[in-house]
Design a protein around this ligand. Sequence first.
Ligand code: KG4
Ligand code: ZN
Length: 354
Amino acid sequence: MRILGIETSCDETAAAVIEDGRLVRSNIVATQIEMHATYGGIVPEIASRQHMKTIIPVVEDALHQAGVGLQELDGVAVTHGPGLAGSLLVGVNAAKGLAVTHDLPFIGVNHLEGHIYAAWLEEGVDPAATPGFPLMCLIASGGHTDLILMRGHGDYELVARTRDDAAGEAFDKAARVLGLAFPGGPEIQRAAESGTGAEPKLPRPSIKGSLDFSFSGIKTALLHRARERGVYPPHEGVVPNQDLVREMAAAFQTSVAEVMTVKTVNAARRHSVRGILLGGGVAANSRLREMLQEMAPVPLYLPPPALCTDNGAMIAHAGCLRLLAGEREPLEVKVRARWPLAELNAVASQQRCG
Ligand code: KG4
Ligand code: ZN
């Protein structure tokens, strides 16, 4: 079974072909980062315009690299929420066009479910080797930071979420304070690699009686620290002291990683899960991965870093599962800018993609 997966919910135009559920035959990601970097964040209008320009070449590349023609596909899966409405529309309409003109089954996929299923892809976990359900899923990206109890395929319960910024958003804002580029997560990770731990700890905020996250306190503490040390605000033509930047990046990264690790481990214990699964761009963070590897009381399932950030392969895999379960989307499906995972119906069949 060969599925084309398309993802355009934010600032990556991505398409992939997967075979037999998990085998990634191609995975093309055209990032728009440079176009948004000067603004320090995603500009929705620029994002959708750029998706319009790149969607067809990206799909063609994905098919070409996989050595597959459209007529050899068994279905088209596309992210249809949550995300930026204008960006989602481009991917959904491209996918619909391909499905109609080639008489292919078409399925809309929840982006967060895609992030969850990235852990099942080729280089990730072998489904046969999973400890089974329930799993505690930490999905941390630029727009979400959720702990989700996954009781089975397609069966989700939201256990905790962020009360303010998403973890990725916090990384992006912290990077701006430290004079680092956008997106901030990879930049902070790179700067932190040569940190020595000299910077005193930043806070580890917790909310009494709740596993919800809050990152704004860490971000504000970093801002105050950066002001005290003269790293912020930036002065024209003055490069901030890079030793200080590295130490503060390391302190920030450690705080965020520790908060996420402790809450995930607590949630895993509280719900007696059989495994912990990570997904979303922040799951690529090396410090978070290390800490969870050290502290997880149950097996940990981590996609390789390149499959943590947005890609079409994860959408193809999640879509494949739903297509195999007999789900089909009517072609008039609308995009859903907001779409909590818990609203998804459980997939009737437990059948794995294969
Ligand atoms: O999942 P994703 O690619 O897009 C969304 O669905 O939002 O996540 C993007 C977010 C950005 O905020 C980016 O800074 C963060 O993931 N990110 C990271 C790392 N790589 C990407 N954060 C921390 N460490 C990383 N290595
Ligand atoms: Zn994402």
